[in-house]
Design a protein around this ligand. Structure first.
Ligand code: TYC
Length: 104
C-alpha cells in the first residue's frame, strides 16, 4: 500500500490516518564525584555514549566543574540501559561514578 507521510501522520491510500507517537526523550545526567578518574569518565563517554575524544573530554570537564552534565538524550529504554551499563562498568572498576535520568 502506498503511504504519504508528514511529521505526525501517515495517509494511506484508503484515507485512514495513523497517528505516530514520537517517543518521549530523556537526558542521561552524569554526576561528579571525587574518586572516579577523568580518564575513566572520558572512556565511558566514548564507549557508552559514542562521543568523540574531543566531545567526551569537554563533557567530562563540564561535569567536573559544574557537578553534573548531559551525557546524551535517548528514548527511556535506551537511556535506562546505558545507565545500567555505566553503573556496572564503574562498579567492576571500583569507581562510584553515577548517572541519572531526567525528562527532556
Ligand atoms: N572529579 C573527578 C576527578 O577530579 C573527575 C570526574 C568527572 C568524576 C566527571 C566524575 O562524572 C564525573 N578525578
Amino acid at each position: 500500500m502506498e503511504e504519504f507521510a508528514n511529521d505526525n501522520n501517515i495517509w494511506a491510500e484508503d484515507e485512514t490516518i495513523t497517528h505516530i507517537q514520537k517517543p518521549r526523550l530523556y537526558k542521561v545526567i552524569l554526576l561528579n564525584d571525587d574518586y572516579t578518574t577523568m580518564d575513566f569518565v572520558v572512556y565511558i563517554l566514548e564507549r557508552i555514549f559514542n562521543k568523540s575524544p574531543l566531545e567526551a573530554t569537554a563533557i567530562m570537564l563540564n561535569v567536573h566543574k559544574n557537578g553534573r552534565g548531559v551525557a546524551g538524550i535517548y528514548p527511556k529504554d535506551i537511556a535506562e540501559t546505558k545507565i545500567n551499563e555505566v553503573h556496572q562498568i564503574a562498579r567492576d572498576n571500583n569507581y562510584p561514578l553515577m548517572c541519572s535520568l531526567e525528562p527532556e
